[in-house]
Design a protein around this ligand. Structure first.
Ligand code: SAM
Length: 276
């Protein structure tokens, strides 16, 4: 089946008056080759369910539809809805658009099957959405992968290893039961308007959750430990009940700093704290 003709994205923007709004984190992508490469990152999407956050004028959306995905897209800016309706018409039965704030939606209510999440995220809500997806009680989650555009600095924090200045809470949350990879760097000039910083796409697949660890304990532990990252654990964790006892039980030197602990060590400490 050949793809339906679609007008160039710049023409769609001009016709629907979709000038980017800074408050909504709007930086649009127009390069269709780049968009096709991004849509390929999650693997074969033919007949697969995809959740897209922030389709805007629909650049990434059309690449996902051309890849054969069945897309549910949540967009907050109602100015974009007519352009997205045209796209839904061009790909009958493949695109459902929901007008609303993605932070207020529980995607589990939208799908009865596994789905891939793909998004050129609005930077102002990107980390909140991401940590929400990582923090779900149910594991493995219903999402089969996350393919997300972030500011490069945030992407580096997601994949960071112990000892690096980017290593912190986000790295532990993203790595303790998932595998995140830096899939692609995207130059700021690819966006209209170009943001101040470079971007990068992260691809995350869920892994096996270590047994006996509560997400809440791990979150609290990493928040407290990295809250004072330059301090020794003896100091940074002293207000967290059970934390120093857990270090002692595990033989982890309390003179170390949070940034030297591996993800596995954080997991062990959270598990040990949970035994009490
Ligand atoms: N996907 C388009 C692209 O790649 O060109 C647009 C990406 S733009 C960086 C982010 C999009 O997210 C905008 O269309 C914006 O209106 C939308 N958006 C911002 N905050 C949102 C929210 N809380 N929920 C849903 N969409 C949101």
């Amino acid at each position: 089946m050949s793809d339906p003709y679609l007008p160039p994205l710049r023409e769609v923007i001009a016709r629907h008056g979709l000038q980017a709004t800074k408050a909504l984190g709007q930086n649009f992508l127009f390069d269709e080759q780049l968009l096709t490469r991004i849509a390929a990152i999650p693997g074969n999407l033919r007949d697969k369910a995809v959740l897209e956050i922030g389709p805007g004028p629909g650049g990434l959306t059309r690449a996902l539809l051309r890849a054969g995905a069945r897309v549910t897209a949540i967009e907050m800016d109602r100015r974009c809805l007519p352009a997205l309706a045209e796209l839904a018409e061009a790909f009958p039965g493949q695109l459902t658009v929901i007008e609303g704030d993605a932070l207020k939606f529980d995607p589990a209510l939208l799908f009865t099957e596994p789905y891939a999440i793909v998004a050129n995220l609005p930077y102002n809500v990107g980390t909140a959405l991401f940590t929400g997806w990582l923090a779900g009680e149910q594991w493995p989650p219903q999402w089969s992968s996350l393919t997300l555009m972030f500011q490069q600095e945030v992407a580096q924090r997601v994949v960071a290893e112990p000892g690096s200045s980017s290593y912190g809470r986000l790295a532990v949350l993203a790595q303790w039961r998932s595998t995140p990879k830096l899939a692609m760097k995207v130059h700021r000039s690819a966006f209209t308007p170009p943001p101040k910083v470079m971007s990068a796409i992260i691809h995350v697949v869920p892994g096996v959750a270590p047994a006996g660890v509560s997400m809440r304990k791990l979150e609290r532990l990493t928040e407290t430990a990295f809250g004072q990252r330059r301090k020794m654990l003896r100091q940074s964790l002293k207000g967290l009940p059970g934390a120093l006892d857990a270090l002692a039980a595990l033989g982890i030197d309390e003179q170390r700093r949070a940034e030297t602990l591996s993800v596995a060590e954080f997991v062990s400490v959270a598990r040990e704290m949970g035994r009490k």
